[in-house]
Design a protein. Structure first.
Length: 127
């Protein structure tokens, strides 16, 4: 059973990471869902867990269309390794969300989870 970590009204972005991890663990058992849809969902949720954590950590309140670029720009100036990981994960998420001609595997979903985990660790959300 998935244990959610959000407390009170503030959503904890790490919960998206836990949710994506649970989907990953259950992917081989999910006979009712096409694996490709699960892998794409895992990648997307992994990205948003890391992105929201990075946005919260830099205390950026912007929710507009350019917020992804602003968050990455902030981290380029303050800790480039986080920016680079976010860029890689964002590129993967963009393909997973919009590129219907590309196929995704469980391996790629796992790599997205690893990247998200590293970003969450870099930001101090997880140890």
């Amino acid at each position: 059973m998935l244990l959610l970590r959000s407390i009170g009204k503030m959503f904890n972005p790490v919960d998206l990471y836990y949710f994506a991890s649970e989907l990953y663990k259950q992917a081989d058992l999910a006979n009712n869902f096409p694996p490709e849809a699960l892998y794409r969902s895992i990648i997307s949720r992994a990205y948003y867990s890391a992105f929201l954590a990075a946005r919260n950590k830099c205390q950026l309140e912007n929710h507009g269309a350019d917020v992804h670029r602003l968050v990455i720009d902030y981290w380029k100036k303050h800790k480039a390794v986080i920016a680079n990981r976010l860029i890689n994960l964002k590129d993967c998420r963009t393909d997973a969300d919009y590129n219907t001609t590309k196929s995704f595997s469980k391996k790629e979903a796992g790599e997205a989870l690893k990247l998200a985990l590293q970003i969450l660790k870099d930001l101090g959300y997880l140890s």
